[in-house]
Design a protein. Structure first.
Length: 301
């Protein structure tokens, strides 16, 4: 009888749920959140196909384990470490892109302000934006290809070094002259920083996004590629169609006119809110003028 009672107690203790604390709940939530975002990231890259292959290999390993296939188990155990290293080498671009996306999250930059020397308030002036828009529109009219990159918070020094140093004030005449045909600087991209043209003929990484239209050439893929690895704003002028496109955060906005281009540049610089008081001031002036006309009509009567 004592043996039966002890067996029942052992079974109850085995089936009893462990004590769950607040730390356990937080830990489970963090793990679930991390796994969810890892799966989302994997589905947007080639890693998703790799995960399917890994699942197949795990199933094969389980079959070999239960059937006691010693040779296959030995091969799995010996190649596991080499396979992990090979995967890290093969998928290095995807892993780098994932870490860059993680580093661009606002909560990371707010908690870890690594770049304290960089002034976050430095933006392109209204004059520079007007000159950039003017140059883009003029280049589009004559179907001259162009690739203009506006640096924001993430430094583009790595790609700046691939070009020719200029260090000049931004002007529409200079930008048009740089991309003019049969000139030494027309090939490649121009990088702009803090109201200065810092470098020309820069080489950029090409995007491997399969969702881009097949009719887009190397210039558009380079513009999207640099926007995928940084927070820059890229202006692309097509040499074939004369259309203007804007690439931001890996997304391409095509067939942009001068007005929309200026709006996008102002949004990227955070200048939309600065224009609202001017509009309100103009609205107040209009109301006052209407009231003045109304009063004049009464006086004339």
């Amino acid at each position: 009888m004592e043996t039966l009672i002890k067996a029942i107690q052992d079974t109850v203790l085995f089936l009893a749920l462990p004590k769950i604390t607040l730390i356990d709940v937080i830990e489970i939530a963090i793990i679930a959140f991390s796994l969810y975002h890892v799966v989302l990231w994997a589905r947007r890259t080639r890693v998703w196909t790799l995960l399917k292959g890994i699942i197949v290999l795990l199933l094969a390993y389980l079959v070999a384990y239960f059937l006691d296939m010693t040779t296959i188990l030995w091969i799995f155990n010996k190649t596991l470490a080499i396979g992990i290293t090979a995967l890290a080498v093969i998928f290095q671009p995807e892993l780098r892109k994932a870490l860059e996306e993680l580093g661009r999250k606002n909560f990371v930059t707010s908690i870890l302000p690594f770049d304290e020397t960089k002034d976050k308030n430095i933006r392109f002036s209204d004059r520079s934006i007007n000159e950039i828009v003017k140059a883009s529109v003029e280049l589009a009219k004559v179907k001259t290809g162009a690739l203009i990159i506006l640096e924001r918070e993430i430094s583009l020094a790595e790609y700046e070094r691939t070009g020719i140093n200029i260090d000049s004030a931004i002007s529409s005449q200079l930008l048009i002259n740089i991309f003019e045909h049969n000139t030494p600087l027309h090939d490649g991209a121009v990088i702009l920083r803090n109201d200065r043209i810092v470098s020309a003929t820069c080489y950029l990484p090409l995007s491997d996004n399969l969702g881009l239209s097949k009719e887009l050439g190397t210039r558009h893929r380079a513009g999207v590629g640099i926007s995928e690895v940084s927070d820059s704003v890229t202006i692309i002028v097509s040499e074939e169609t004369g259309k203007i496109s804007v690439a931001i955060m890996g997304k391409l906005l095509r067939n942009v006119d001068g007005e929309l281009l200026k709006k996008k540049l102002c949004e990227a610089q955070g200048k939309i809110e600065e224009e609202k008081p001017k509009k309100q001031f103009k609205l107040k002036q209009g109301i006052r003028s209407i009231r003045g006309i109304h009063f004049k009509r009464k006086d004339s009567k």
